[in-house]
Design a protein around this ligand. Structure first.
Ligand SMILES: NC(=O)c1ccc[n+]([C@@H]2O[C@H](COP(=O)([O-])OP(=O)(O)OC[C@H]3O[C@@H](n4cnc5c(N)ncnc54)[C@H](O)[C@@H]3O)[C@@H](O)[C@H]2O)c1
Length: 349
């Protein structure tokens, strides 16, 4: 039987969850609650029940599962209220603004026995899944460096995301997705240091972009960058691994893989550059390489809700765990610290 479900916040992402529920095989929409009466009216005009208060929603015994999609600074209060009322909770990312806040949420979940997770939906992005596949299969050996980029040219959205008091900024907005993905790819690595610099091109109050380098004790590196003032975008993903390289130029594209079969080459011909000859940039002899494309994997983001519903029934473990949420939060905190100090910081966890 489908689980009765309600959404708190009927804005951009709340509407996505509502539409998702309408197509779901595991959840059924009971209604929404939004603090803004205009949003409640909009829901009613779309044929959706709008609770008149959070209390009314929490007192609805038929609702087993709640998704919270409201600005980042009000997650803590709402998550804890819902958990205390015994509702199983999915909160939008970034789940919290600090580790102590996240710990309060986890405590509330443990105390009430209700489940609690965060909507890391970008674990279903096919570009990330291709990188994960390469790392898991070892097809081109162990990754030595992965670069993950999101580039756009419209600045930071001109809503609460541009304001510090609401938990704005791109580290919290997109950084959380990129960090979460990289830490799953490098799941067996231990972080040594973090270095982060932020940009403030179109917004002085919060970061409108950032460059984050996570260096692992093994020497491997995870780099991610979000840019909102890039009129030419750099590739979405680049992996340099022990036995080759992989590239995803755009999230719609297949992954290009170049696997090195033989390291040694005979008679490398130098190439001519304006200032002279060089062998460094000379193309490799094609017989030493295997070059191919990976098929785009199948991915269904509905699996997030399918898993969580199973977890509520005790038939599965939730995909996004509290330990992963805490690690991602710590990395963001160290990124802010590094940017503020203007130096690389040792990661302690
Ligand atoms: N996972 C993703 O891909 C993704 C994408 C976009 C946004 N998000 C996240 O979703 C959350 C919401 O973002 P959005 O883009 O939908 O914002 P939004 O501004 O479009 O919508 C937020 C809604 O919450 C309502 N609201 C504010 N405070 C409330 C409260 N205390 N109780 C009830 N309703 C309240 C507002 O009236 C508004 O309708 C954020 O945490 C954001 O980071 C996630």
């Amino acid at each position: 039987m489908k689980k009765k479900f309600a959404v708190i916040g009927y804005g951009g992402m709340g509407s996505w969850h509502v539409n998702h529920a309408l197509k779901s095989d595991v959840i059924e929409l009971a209604g929404i609650y939004d603090i803004d009466p205009a949003k409640a009216e909009k829901a009613k005009s779309n044929g959706i029940y709008a609770y008149s208060s959070l209390e009314e929603l929490l007192n609805d015994k038929s609702v087993e599962l709640v998704t919270i999609a409201i600005p980042n600074d009000v997650h803590l209060y709402t998550v804890v209220r819902c958990l205390e009322a015994g509702k199983n909770v999915i909160c939008e990312k970034p789940v919290a603004l600090s580790t102590p806040d996240l710990q309060k949420m986890i405590e509330a979940s443990k105390k009430s026995g209700a489940l609690f997770t965060v909507h890391q939906n970008r674990r279903w992005d096919v570009d990330y899944l291709a990188m994960q596949h390469l790392a898991d299969t070892g097809e081109i050996g162990k990754p030595l460096r992965i670069e993950s980029r999101i580039h756009g040219s419209r600045g930071i959205p001109s809503d609460w995301r541009g304001e510090r008091e609401h938990g704005g900024g791109m580290i919290l907005d997109w950084g959380i997705h990129l960090i979460d993905q990289l830490m799953l790819i490098y799941k067996n690595e231990v972080i040594d240091t973090i270095n982060c610099t932020v940009t403030n091109i179109t917004n002085k109050e919060v970061d409108d972009g950032f460059y984050l380098t996570i260096t692992f004790k093994s020497g491997a590196v995870a780099f991610c960058e979000v840019g909102t003032y890039n009129f030419i975008a750099l590739p979405r993903f680049y992996m340099k691994a022990e036995k080759g390289s992989a590239l995803i130029t755009d999230w719609r594209e297949k992954t290009k893989v170049a696997k090195c079969k033989y390291w040694h080459e005979n008679d490398v011909l130098p190439v001519q550059t304006a200032a002279g000859l060089t062998k460094t940039m000379a193309p490799r002899d094609s017989v030493t390489m295997d070059e191919y494309e990976l098929e785009i994997q199948k991915s269904d983001v509905h699996d997030f809700y399918r898993n969580f519903c199973k977890a509520i029934d005790g038939e599965a473990t939730q995909i996004v765990t509290h330990d992963q949420m805490l690690l991602d939060m710590k990395i963001m905190e160290y990124a802010f610290k590094s940017a503020e100090l203007g130096q690389t910081v040792k990661f302690e966890y």
